[in-house]
Write a protein that binds this ligand. Structure first.
Ligand code: FES
Ligand SMILES: [Fe+2]
Length: 358
């Protein structure tokens, strides 16, 4: 079975890949959750034992979205003429006749629920390895306060990937929020390739801590060394770590703290994506933390959304005579490296398809 036809040039995303499709929390028992990923309409649901399942969200009979049907036990009953599908996508009942057409099955996708996220494999199921689905201790284990949320962004997902690899936009795009005191604009990140990843590192030494991190730490003007590191782990995942060290810790005082950022991107279409941000910290683990993270995200990431959507719109609406060329500077090195890495991934996938293995 061919799972993916020849790539549309606009589809700048690998299909043989694990992507976040939902949070574990948002998929309740008994629910049919529709979500479009990589141009494909998918319906998610939980089986009787709670295991997540995913099918193409289109009935094989006349095309009604299966998410408009009913989930009874492990079966989805289509809301039009009552065809029934099991979690493998097999058509198991047609109300008006005893037998089911052999070609009536719909595509099932491998899915893995590793809280707090449900991941989907969008390519050849034979290549899916559940062990490749990552687990993040700071989003699961005690000792951390964390929160995550989805933002829909009407822009290609690589615009977001490049945004989080170039933090020199902070003083301009986030004037009153993340960019309040950090001097990112003077910073030329030397990207480094670690394994097959794009990384950056930025140091803020011997300085009072930015209010973003100091809010619940209460260090006031005391001096700290802070190191920001970001890693584009894959097209689906970017993780940044902010390491804070108090310069002169008081007796008995914990000297080192960590603040984690996640930017999880899943293409919806070539012109839109789902963006799950997550934040976690190993200090001030209290009831107010999640609300604090959301207050940062709702302002700062909304600022990015406005910018990325405006860029996408401007490019989409450009007339035939428009010049859409870009000029790059030193600060773009990590982003350009991420583009090259993505292209290598896409080329490899296209070669596999051409070789008949997908
Ligand atoms: S469209 Fe689904 S049963 Fe007819
Ligand atoms: Fe930003």
């Amino acid at each position: 079975m061919v799972y993916v036809e020849m790539r549309n040039p606009e589809e700048n995303y690998p299909f043989d890949h694990w992507w976040v499709i939902a949070t574990s929390e948002e998929l309740g028992q008994g629910q049919l959750l529709p979500r479009k990923v990589l141009g494909m309409d998918v319906v998610l649901f939980r089986q009787d034992d709670g295991t997540a399942a995913a099918l193409v969200d289109r009935c094989s009979h006349r095309g009604l979205p299966l998410s408009m049907g009913a989930l009874e036990g492990n079966r989805i009953t289509c809301g039009y003429h009552g065809f029934q599908f099991d979690p493998t996508g097999t058509l198991v009942a047609v109300p008006t006749q005893p037998n089911c057409p052999r070609k009536g099955s719909v595509r099932a996708f491998p899915v893995v629920d590793k809280a707090p996220y449900i991941w989907i494999w969008t390519g050849d199921p034979a290549l899916a390895n559940a062990d490749d689905v990552p687990v993040y201790p700071w989003l699961r284990e005690p000792g951390w306060a964390w929160a995550t949320e989805r933002i829909h962004v009407a822009a290609n997902y690589m615009l977001l990937k490049e945004n989080v690899l170039d933090l020199t936009h902070f003083p301009f795009a986030h004037k009153s929020t993340l960019g309040a005191i950090d001097s990112y604009a003077n910073y030329s990140p030397p990207p480094v390739l670690g394994d097959d990843r794009v990384c950056y590192r930025n140091e803020f030494l011997n300085q009072p801590l930015s209010p973003v991190y100091n809010d619940d730490l209460g260090l006031g003007d005391r001096l700290t060394d802070r190191v920001d590191e970001g890693v584009s782990v894959s097209p689906a995942v970017h993780i940044a770590k902010v390491s804070i060290r108090i310069k002169e810790p008081r007796p008995g005082e914990k000297a080192e703290y960590a603040f984690m950022f996640h930017h999880m991107t899943t293409p919806e279409t070539p012109r839109s994506h789902h963006y799950w941000w997550a934040m976690a910290r190993d200090y001030a683990v209290n009831d107010k933390a999640a609300a604090y993270f959301k207050s940062i995200a709702h302002v700062a990431f909304a600022e990015d959304k406005v910018i990325l959507e405006a860029i996408q719109k401007r490019n989409d609406e450009a007339g035939p005579g428009a010049n859409l060329q870009e000029v790059s500077v030193v600060a773009d090195r990590a982003g350009l490296m991420a583009r090259r890495q993505l292209q290598a991934l896409l080329d490899a996938e296209d070669r596999r398809r051409a070789g008949g293995t997908v």
